[in-house]
Design a protein around this ligand. Structure first.
Ligand code: URA
Length: 212
């Protein structure tokens, strides 16, 4: 088994400030959504750090110059429903031309098996850098299943971006997808007996969409 890539943890004062506000149980639904959007833009900034550039000649107002632009390959953000959708707006603010795919997964409470109920990807996945999105890397089962599907659709070197991760989820991903770069705002302590991240931020989907 190859050595897993170590997760990238965003260690920026703005991220730490916004994440603390996000975690606060007194933050409103509107505030939670806004902070998630802002944090996902910062996550996208880090997750796209290694995109390659090609030279581009331009006429600047005071002279011509060799500039740079993103090389051929374009991006696809893949949201794991439903909480992954909360990360889309901020990512698309930064990269408006990116394509978007969706994966719906559910977990059988008895067998703990993950099964897929929705899968919709752009047809040109092999030519794109895929960034798979879920705010929480908890057990890692959904993330790993989504990565398996995205790779089967032709994605090479996909990235996984989340707000919070725990060692359990990171270990599961390292076992099944050691090649996938995880980008996160924090590595929290552990999972509780109900599968929630400690200290975490609660149920990300419920807090984003105000469903509880
Ligand atoms: N999913 C969530 O929304 N929150 C957790 O703490 C764990 C998984």
């Amino acid at each position: 088994m190859s050595q897993a890539l170590p997760p990238i943890v965003l260690d920026h004062p703005l991220v730490r400030h916004k994440l603390t506000r996000l975690r606060d149980r007194n933050t409103s639904t509107a505030g939670f959504r806004r902070l998630t959007r802002e944090l996902s833009l910062l996550l996208a900034y880090e997750a796209t750090r290694n995109l390659s550039l090609a030279p581009r000649h331009i006429e600047a107002p005071s002279g011509s110059m060799e500039g740079e632009e993103l090389d051929g390959k374009k991006l696809c953000f893949v949201s794991i429903l439903r909480a992954g959708n909360g990360l889309l707006d901020g990512m698309l603010d930064l990269v408006p031309s990116a394509r978007v795919g969706h994966i719906g997964l559910r977990r059988d409470h008895e067998t703990l098996e993950v099964s897929e109920y929705y899968f919709n990807m752009p047809s040109d996945i092999p030519g794109r850098t895929c960034i798979v999105l879920d705010p929480m890397l908890a057990t890692g089962h959904s993330a790993a299943a989504a990565l398996t599907r995205v790779k089967a659709a032709g994605a090479t070197n996909p990235i996984f971006a989340c707000l919070l991760a725990v060692p359990e989820g990171i270990a599961h991903m390292a076992e099944l997808h050691p090649d996938v770069q995880i980008v996160t705002c924090s590595i929290d302590s552990h999972l509780d007996e109900h599968g929630y991240i400690v200290p975490g931020l609660g149920d990300a989907g419920d807090r984003l969409f105000g469903t509880r």
